[in-house]
Design a protein around this ligand. Sequence first.
Ligand code: GLU
Length: 449
Amino acid sequence: MDVKNKDQNKAEADITTHEANPYEIVKGLLKEAVTALGMEENIYHILKKPMRVLELSIPLRKDDGSIENYTGYRSQHIDILGPTKGGIRFHPNVSLDEVKALSIWMSLKAAILDLPFGGGKGGVIVDPESLSERELEKLSRAYIQKLAPLIGPQKDIPAPDVNTNPEVMGWMIDEFDKMRGYNIPGMLTGKPIIIGGSEGRLAATGRGVVLMIREAAKVLGIDLSQSTAAIQGFGNVGSMAAKYLDKMGVKVVAITDAHGGIYDENGLDIPELIKLRKQGEYASDYNNASSITNEEMFGLPVDVLVPAAIENQITKDTAPSIQAKILAEAANGPTTPEGDEILEKNDIFVIPDILCNAGGVTVSYFEWVQNSMNYYWKEKEINEKLEEQMMFGFESVLAMRKEKQCRMRDAAYMVGITHIVKALNARGWINDADLGEFTGHIQNEVMDD
Ligand code: GLU
């Protein structure tokens, strides 16, 4: 690891996506879980397809007068537990299959955490760094205009995701309110606090990730105050995970982002790095550390590894070098099935994405509840409720893992599917024959008298 050379560093550390198609991956995992639960295959066929997908054409006049037509998507997976819910991402690699997969993951997340939502996800194929601030605002407003007929607080509720933030949510809700003619704060979550956002929402995903790491460490008997961590990605989730790990006494020794990576075996100065980020700089702009590539970071002898970037980062090529004891999937879909097999063989405890990063949508749920009652909780109360909900998810998944003697990921899928299946049954979509050998409890409420 050389002393930093920014350009070389950028070239080396570019976060690459591999070929694996996330929609194929999620379908494979759903099918395995339905089979392992002893259910009939038709349950898999219900769950594998989003109920509604939209492709949007978004022509935009750029600052130089030219017109570019962007493509956007929204996938609404299933709404039997409540309105669909999930973020909107701006990224050059967005595709229809990606948003479909991400919407299914959202359904599972909500089900594991017992939130009254189905899954949704949207995106625009764009590199936001290629847009001016004005163009970004116009694109955000135009996207929500196109989507407006099919969203709303009881239909489908967007939120931030990769490369979108409270500011973008502010533009989107303003556009939506103007179209409807009145304020509808619950139409999206992750908005600025002053216009109905929730205390604790910005930190929620990272905070949840660290709560899950704490619980995993208990299971493995690891003393976190004596341990080290490395983080891929220094966006909202990665930086908040770094903050809470640091506060918990974990030495964060490496961070990489799309522009490069930094390493210090004595631990990075996380408060300083967060300050830099707030000034619009990248982790890789920090000068008091050595440079490191993504590949080198994955192979570090740390206790905890946190992929907090995008899909398909832990693959058959990168997984063999991983030495961490805990892999906390702060990103959605960071591990391919081939990567997963290697992690399992090497006895690495994986906290799967649909559990690990569910803190964001959990506080989004609290935001939506506060919007509907028009009464707002203090941050302390939000954080307590978040911890309670995440503990419920962790314990449910751990219990399923014990019962089925399977990986944490499979257990998480089984917990989520079991919950959704109960709602399918309650609504009469499926009957006892569809449940096959399923031995879980389907609650039939009986009147006492
Ligand atoms: N984008 C986040 C996720 O993938 C949060 C979604 C939400 O708050 O609705 O879970």
